[in-house]
Write a protein that binds this ligand. Structure first.
Ligand SMILES: Nc1ncnc2c1ncn2[C@@H]1O[C@H](COP(=O)(O)OP(=O)(O)OP(=O)(O)O)[C@@H](O)[C@H]1O
Ligand SMILES: [Mg+2]
Length: 345
């Protein structure tokens, strides 16, 4: 068996610390945590008062002395101590105790494709603080490909796109390794930001963060294509008066507003394919592109990519949890051992 897969099989739990969500898989148990990567801190006492969904709901609604913090940004742990505290709370006492009972606790974590050594170090230190004696880093692209059952170990090429909150990663894989990959620093957050900015400029409306999703859903119907509903009503706060106001938003204009971030993603796909050997590109043209990550659920994104690239585009069954489930499969030894080398360089 491949040495690195053997090392992963010895891990007790796997963590995917994302910019938007934190997910934890415990060997023999399954996915135990899938919560927003958010904490709420009382700035007077320094106490962590909420994490996950509850802390997320507090965003934009807290009194002055409570600060909502996000310890992971741009796909990297930027506040190691807060990330550790958040993870401890999310795991809860019972799980933490059962993990700590293992004599030599080993953890696996996925990191973005081109994560620099500093970012890798931050992830390792976060898990060491949780009691791990050893941490194995897995490339997110490989973890996600395994998680959505792509036949990565075959010589025929497969193409995957991990659509996260902070970034989109695209790769062509063959024989268990990455032939060519790109990380585009544009994800769900950039799409949300483009929508918020559009409403601010066009309608002088400040949109509460919770209202972005309903607007995205209004874009669906027939996806990002022009056949969706022509307008939708949105509530927000007037930029000048500060008073609540509703506006009728033209969905075609919102579609245009999110074209800029999506164009960057298209450029990334083009770049990956341009630098690939023609035989592999032919495989991709036949098998298509598999979308994973939470932002793969952005209504109509698949259709837009299909139209723009001309290749078949598929969305994984549970796109948001593919990476952590892929690590889980490796921990449990549920994958073909062949030539796969999932460990990050
Ligand atoms: N149904 C949906 N429609 C549109 N966007 C969605 C949907 N569900 C989740 N998202 C978006 O997906 C993103 C979260 O995806 P994911 O959980 O893969 O991110 P992450 O792993 O935390 O981020 P990263 O990998 O970039 O660090 C968020 O930006 C969220 O807005
Ligand atoms: Mg992710």
């Amino acid at each position: 068996m491949n040495v690195s897969l053997e090392r992963l099989r010895r891990c007790h739990f796997a963590v995917d610390l994302g910019a938007a969500r934190t997910r934890v898989y415990v060997k023999g148990t399954g996915l135990v945590v899938d919560q927003p990567s958010v904490g709420a801190v009382n700035t007077r006492t320094g106490a962590l008062i909420a994490v996950g969904e509850l802390a997320e709901r507090m965003t934009g609604r807290t009194p002055g002395y409570i600060r909502v913090v996000r310890p992971v940004s741009g796909g990297t742990v930027v506040d190691i101590e807060m990330a550790q505290r958040m993870l401890r709370h999310l795991l809860g006492d019972r799980l933490r105790r059962s993990l700590r009972r293992r004599p030599r606790l080993r953890a696996a974590a996925c990191t973005p494709h081109d994560a620099d050594p500093l970012a890798q170090r931050a992830t390792i230190e976060t898990l060491v603080g949780l009691g791990a004696r050893r941490v194995e880093l897995v490339d997110t692209l490989i973890a996600a490909a395994v998680g959505c059952d792509l036949p990565v170990e075959q010589p025929e090429a497969t193409m995957i796109m991990v659509c996260g909150a902070a970034a989109t990663q695209v790769a062509v894989l063959s024989l268990g390794s990455i032939v060519n990959a790109e990380r585009i620093p544009v994800g769900g957050e950039a799409v949300d930001h483009a929508i918020v900015q559009h409403l601010r400029h066009r309608h002088k409306l400040i949109l509460p963060s919770q209202s972005v999703r309903p607007l995205q859903v209004a874009l669906s119907g027939n996806g990002l294509s022009p056949q969706g509903p022509s307008s939708t009503q949105i509530h927000g706060r007037d930029v000048v008066t500060g008073l609540p106001r509703s506006v009728e938003v033209d969905t075609a204009a919102v579609r245009d507003a999110i074209q800029t971030p999506l164009t960057a993603v298209l450029d990334g796909i083009g770049k990956v394919l341009r630098d690939c050997p023609p035989d592999l590109v032919a495989d991709v043209a036949e098998r298509g592109l598999m979308m994973v990550g939470g932002s793969a659920l952005l209504p109509g994104l698949d259709q837009m990519l299909r139209q723009a690239t001309g290749i078949p585009v598929h969305i994984a069954e549970r796109p948001d949890v593919c990476a952590v489930q892929g690590m889980g499969a490796m921990l449990e030894g549920r994958i073909a051992p062949l030539v796969l080398d999932p460990l990050a360089a």
